[in-house]
Design a binder for this molecule. Sequence first.
Ligand SMILES: *Cc1c(COP(=O)(O)O)cnc(C)c1O
Length: 468
Amino acid sequence: MRYISTRGDMPPKAFSEVLLNGLASDGGLAMPEMYPKISPAELEAWRGLNYSDLAFEILSNFADDIPAADLRGIIEHTYTHEVFRSEEIAPLKTLEPGLHILGLSNGPTLAFKDIAMQLLGNLFECVLEKNGVELNILGATSGDTGSSAEYAMRGKRRIRVFMLSPQGKMTDFQTAQMFSLQDLNIFNIAIRGVFDDCQDIVKTVSNDSQFKQKYHIGTVNSINWARIAAQIVYYFKSYFDATHSNNEQVSFSVPSGNFGNICAGHVAFMMGLPIRRLILATNENDVLNEFFLTGCYRPRTAAEILHTSSPSMDISKPSNFERFVFDLTGRDAAKVRKLWQEVDNGRAFDISGTPLWEKIRRSHITSGTSNHEARMTTIRKIYEKYGVLVDTHTADGLKVGIEYREKDIPLICLETALPAKFSESIVEAIGSKPDRPTGYENLENLPQRYVVMNADADAIKTFIAEHV
Ligand SMILES: *Cc1c(COP(=O)(O)O)cnc(C)c1O
């Protein structure tokens, strides 16, 4: 399988090459040259496989330059009871017949990002070892992504993580989760500034190609194709769990921010999984919902972002959305390049009234939006009716999913974090604190390891140079 760019101007690459790269050289995103089509016989054979075996069947299509035995080993070493603290990886919880929650948040940082990130860490280790190179991951985080990356990379050979976060702006739980890591390859850098300052530093350093090359600087952001690939697996897994035969269809509801999670669902659909609808849920930052209603895509500026009680969905410019549009244009890279020329220049594009819009409007994606009040009501209602406590992001998904639920079509709502991470909102919704999973009770009291620095890209470069 070779990988091409959504903007059409990258020589085809192998999986392990796109694994270590961020954006494609032409500013686009890496995409498999074509999607593997799963035959009815294969789909039948996959029903009943355990998570690791299913992951191997799916991922070996995409990661075909990693020897099969290595890939199998990596997968088996990733999806364990030890890492994901549950009997099953991605257990399906049934609220009532035809309504399910897919448990994706049992990994070390209590959010679904661990499912892909843990695999990424092990894939990195394997490929770096083989190529005899090192990787210094530089990232900016407002909470979830940074901790997920650190827990996936801690203690790994040939990898260091330099993670910038805005000093004092994360929740105590998030701060403690990251800063309590004592691994010598993890560097937590609290920046005197806000999240955008952190992100600007990462951009400045990444644009210094000499520095980038000399110090092997890389990223783990959600445009990484391997993260999307890893997320395809649980769409298949939960489809099998929610149905009796492959003649049935299901719908998924997906709390969305950067369009990564739902993009994996789109790929599963393209591979032939019988999906009726992918229901996209946004919070008050409704760039995507606005597009799916009107055909106008207007990314917001950082200043326009609203800070909400589902903070991991507070996204101004959902980067993976470009992958979906690429497919819906019939993979017309020239068209994508033209549309994203507008986006890259801070403008909107409006495709309403065009054949492309008709195609997207009739596609498998349906969208809706949620807000703080709806989240609180949903958390309360789901708790009262089913005795199940969900976090604020999952609540957004449930709210919109239930709105579009159809008779006789099972609905699977993706759980993207555990309520324990968003204690304050849970107290507001139900009047009491969520339980913490075992092992996390004492998190905020553990010793913390971090440095505080000014928002100064040169100082960060010096720090990196001194620690590699
Ligand atoms: C990252 C994240 C999301 C959004 O997922 P995307 O793949 O960016 O659309 C939703 N909920 C939680 C808890 C997250 O951490």
